[in-house]
Design a protein around this ligand. Structure first.
Ligand code: F0G
Length: 420
């Protein structure tokens, strides 16, 4: 029952090990031989308070890594994130049946922990001495934390000056070696792939197929939270395209296992200034055309997404769509999510902005049920929030701004300010 790696291009099969691509260069999928599983098994674990099954990832062990020795599992635990609704979000998007799944509630504040627990557990099984990733911030924060927990050395490659402070603070504090690459994320990604091959670092970007296995649990957990009733749509921000890839695989396998009958459509949402997947979707062609990215949503400032072929398969299989949103739309949607007391980092709000646009375009029907994934915590990028509310993001108007007010330290000034 050991799972295998299989190339998505040529179908070659490999034993799982230190390998991130097929000999033909194609991306690898983990393929499992599933045993018998049903909803009751997963429902029965919901009350677990300790051990791997208290994790919102390892609850679905049979779908994620059926053969793992539980002794190798490194878990915080992660997942168990909430679904929220709010009247104002419904009004903003034009949808009554909108919920947001807040992946910013994971241990290091982003969905990355779900893939990282699976990836680092595999690193432990393989006896890896050092792990590495390139990152726009969240992956490095997550990897640094899990490596520290596992007692494995960690090296992170980040684009210099381009990652949000909350994330940089985490990577430094959790004790990773932080290499600031002069270049953008795509440059860091190229360098880390070379470095892992040459220097014996175990690579934990989402090109590592175990990361994708863990991220499937976002969708599995969300459907279980809804009493195993899938929504009509799942919207997700799209950068390096690991999540879009993982969601399609989760849905395919959930159908195969008889957990669901209907498949939600995936809406994969890119930032306009970092939209190579959107352009490929709209324009077609042989292969995705890399670009130089630019967006206020630094987490998804990616011009050459590694997992585009897997993501394309996900969107096609689910009859989904790829859409783009401007920085203005992202920051406005963030302000609305934040104003509901939910809060998220800029990239996360792309899912809400995208859904609003798709409703306005008539692609999503106002009567449909939609879940937007919020990928990261509001505290990851406090600069972006403060700059929006104080009007200092170039090219972005303060449509929903909550401007701070300076008052003298006396009651009369306070009263005047509150009356204004
Ligand atoms: N949202 C957030 C908050 C992210 O950090 C990322 C990716 C995405 C969305 C995009 O997800 O890559 O699966 O399409 N962050 C990576 C990082 C690239 O290095 O932290 P994706």
């Amino acid at each position: 029952m050991v799972s295998k790696f299989r190339c998505i291009d040529c179908g070659s099969v490999y034993e799982p090990g230190i390998r991130f691509r097929c000999d033909c260069g194609g991306l690898l999928d983990v393929v499992h031989e599933f045993g018998d599983v049903d909803r009751e098994v997963f429902d029965g674990r919901l009350g677990s308070r300790r051990g791997p099954y208290s994790s919102g990832v390892w609850r679905y062990k049979e779908i994620i890594n059926p053969a793992i020795d539980l002794g190798h599992v490194v878990s915080r635990p992660e997942g168990n994130t909430n679904l929220y609704s709010h009247l104002r979000l419904g009004e903003y998007t034009g949808l009554e049946g909108l919920a947001v799944k807040h992946e910013g509630e994971n241990p290091t504040g982003s969905f990355k922990d779900r893939g990282m627990t699976v990836g680092i557990s595999e690193a432990v099984r393989l006896g890896a001495k050092a792990v590495a990733c390139a990152s726009t911030g969240n992956t490095s924060a997550s990897l640094a934390a899990y490596a520290a927990q596992a007692g494995i050395d960690c090296v992170v490659f980040i684009p210099e000056g381009e990652i949000a402070f909350g994330k940089l603070a985490q990577a430094l504090s959790y004790g990773a070696r932080v290499l600031q690459i002069s270049g953008n994320f795509d440059d860091a990604m190229r360098v880390v792939q070379e470095a892992s091959a040459e220097l014996g670092l175990y690579l934990l970007n989402s090109v590592n197929p175990w990361r994708i296995e863990g991220q499937k649990s976002i969708v599995l957990e969300m459907i279980q939270q809804r009493g195993w009733e899938p929504p009509d749509w799942i919207a997700v921000p799209a950068g390096n395209l690991g999540n879009t890839s993982a969601f399609g695989k989760a849905l395919r396998e959930a159908v195969e296992l008889g957990l669901i009958d209907e498949v939600p459509r995936i809406a994969s949402i890119q930032a306009e200034g970092a939209n190579p997947f959107y352009r490929f979707w709209e324009e077609g062609g042989e292969a995705l055309e890399p670009m130089t990215p630019s967006t206020v949503a630094s987490a998804i400032k990616i011009g050459n997404p590694v997992s585009w072929k897997k993501a394309l398969r996900s969107v096609r299989e689910t009859k989904g769509v790829v859409e783009q949103v401007s920085d203005q739309e992202i920051m406005d949607a963030k302000a609305v999510v934040d104003g509901c007391g939910i809060g998220c980092e800029p990239a996360s709000a792309a899912s809400v902005a995208g859904v609003r646009k798709l409703v306005a375009m008539g692609v999503i029907d106002p009567g449909e049920e939609v879940v937007c994934v919020l990928t990261g915590n509001i505290l990851k990028d406090p600069d972006a929030s403060v700059r929006y509310h104080t009007g200092s993001i170039e090219g972005v108007e303060q449509r929903y701004a909550n401007r701070p007010v300076v008052v003298e330290a006396d009651i009369a000034s306070v009263e005047r300010a509150l009356r204004a």
